[in-house]
Design a protein. Structure first.
Length: 464
């Protein structure tokens, strides 16, 4: 079941699905008509080209099923990000289409039709969203049914709430009144009296309660609101506190409120991440690592003879300990293995600093990926001694051990790399690591890998 606001938002997604279907069909017909001038003019496209349209519509349908469960794209469009929504859809269409045309070695599947269709699709999808958004906005202003909402908040939340309803007014969600109440604790009778006066006056469809509450108070509020023909919605933050991520789960006889989302607990997601790790690490190990080994070995022979690899204990998933492999960038037997490297560190031999700046010293960790100790993307692994130290500065630190550590990560591409000097840096990195753990997708991993490639040449001031 969904609440009234979600139903209102998701209800409009059907119209966007229909609009996108019409827009793509028009684009395909135009593309086929333009191509027909190069040969015999035909109003009916070839069967293999018709499959192009079918694949595109199927991809859009799957995209809508996945993204519109909570109305994300509808909110994106009504918040002025139509171009972003259209670009995402073109990307979703492009991948299966490229796979389809690669199956045919002959030229019965017109490459021109596919390319022209994709090039034309982006602006047409963008235009269709603009037109439909304007039509829905005009319809919501002039006609019912509108969802009338009365909000009960404190002073701190009033500005944020007013702004949200102002942005989403076009969806037909109307803030008919705001009741600002201080937290009066046990003076529930006074609160109920003022609430009843507001409900009777504004006649809302939905009352949002954003103040502190408990089971007994919520029951009384619900009876009061329903007596006037309205529904009650209680802000979860009023019950659980202000949490970044809250997940609702129903497992009779339990209804759980969980404070962490863990997509990599899903076996299918875990398999997809492992497949990506294998697809990235194998080519690096087979074609890049041998060349780099030869180059680093020659550098060692010239400036600092000794072993090629440096091995060190690091903390892995669920706190397990493993040996991480790196190209050695420091002189041997300096006796300070647990001390973080600093700028102009005397332990680093000539040329070693460049290896660290370009992250070349991290390449042997792809062997750790292949053995299953690490992933290509994830929170960076630290020494167990440092874990104990950092956990004192951040209570949530050990939550980052819920996933495999990575060669690169969200924190690193945001510039949070190098030695950690204070508790603020610990919390900043942990925040990014936990965001990654909660919001993991294959696309997020690909984005981080892509950004890492360019980040290698940024010569970040803290990389040393």
């Amino acid at each position: 079941m969904s609440d009234s606001i979600s139903q209102r938002i998701k209800g409009w997604s059907v119209f966007f699905t229909i609009s996108d279907t019409i827009a793509l069909t028009i684009c395909f017909l135009i593309s086929n008509f333009v191509w027909s001038f190069k040969g015999e003019v035909s109003l009916l496209p070839p069967a293999k080209d018709l499959v192009v349209l079918a694949i595109a519509l199927a991809a859009i349908a799957v995209h809508h099923l996945l993204s519109e469960r909570q109305g994300e794209d509808v909110l994106c469009i009504f918040n002025g990000r139509c171009l972003q929504a259209a670009a995402k859809q073109i990307l979703v269409i492009t991948v299966p289409l490229l796979f389809y045309i690669s199956m045919w070695r002959d030229y019965w599947v017109s490459r021109f039709v596919v390319i022209f269709f994709l090039m034309l699709g982006a602006p047409v999808l963008y235009l269709s969203k603009i037109l439909l958004r304007n039509w829905i906005s005009a319809l919501s202003r002039s006609r019912r049914p509108r969802l009338r909402v009365l909000a009960v908040v404190d002073d701190d939340d009033k500005a944020l709430l007013d702004n949200w309803f102002e942005v989403n007014r076009a969806l037909g969600i109307e803030l008919c009144g705001t009741l600002v109440l201080p937290n009066w604790g046990d003076k529930i009778e006074i609160i109920e009296q003022r609430l009843e006066e507001s409900v009777s006056s504004h006649r809302p469809d939905l009352v949002i309660w954003a103040l502190e509450t408990n089971a007994r108070r919520t029951t009384r509020l619900r009876r009061l609101v329903e007596k006037h023909g309205a529904h009650l919605g209680v802000d979860l933050g009023a019950i659980t506190g202000r949490q970044a991520d809250v997940v609702l789960a129903n497992y009779p006889p339990f209804s759980l409120v969980c404070f962490h989302n863990q997509p990599l607990i899903n076996p299918a997601n875990n398999f997809a991440k492992s497949a990506l790790d294998l697809a990235v690490s194998l080519p690096v190990i087979l074609f890049v690592l041998p060349v780099m080994c030869a180059g680093v070995w020659l550098l060692h022979r010239m400036v600092s003879p000794g072993p090629l690899f440096f091995k060190q204990k690091r903390s892995g998933v669920n706190g397990s300990v493993f040996w991480v492999r790196k190209f050695r960038t420091m002189h041997c037997n300096h006796g300070q293995e647990t001390v973080q490297a600093r700028h102009n560190d005397s332990r680093i031999f000539p040329g070693g600093a460049l290896l660290r700046k370009l992250s070349i010293d991290e390449l042997p960790q792809f062997l750790n990926v292949l053995t299953g100790d690490m992933s290509v993307v994830g929170p960076r692994p630290h020494m167990p001694e440092h874990d104990e130290l950092f956990a004192r500065d951040c209570e949530q630190y050990l939550l980052r051990h819920a996933v495999k550590p990575g060669i690169t990560g969200l924190a690193q591409v945001r510039g949070l790399r190098g030695p950690i000097d204070d508790s603020h840096e610990v919390r900043a990195r942990v925040s990014s690591d936990l965001e990654y753990c909660a919001k993991w997708t294959v696309f997020l991993d690909l984005s981080i890998i892509f950004r890492t490639f360019f980040h290698m040449f940024s010569f970040h001031p803290k990389s040393c």
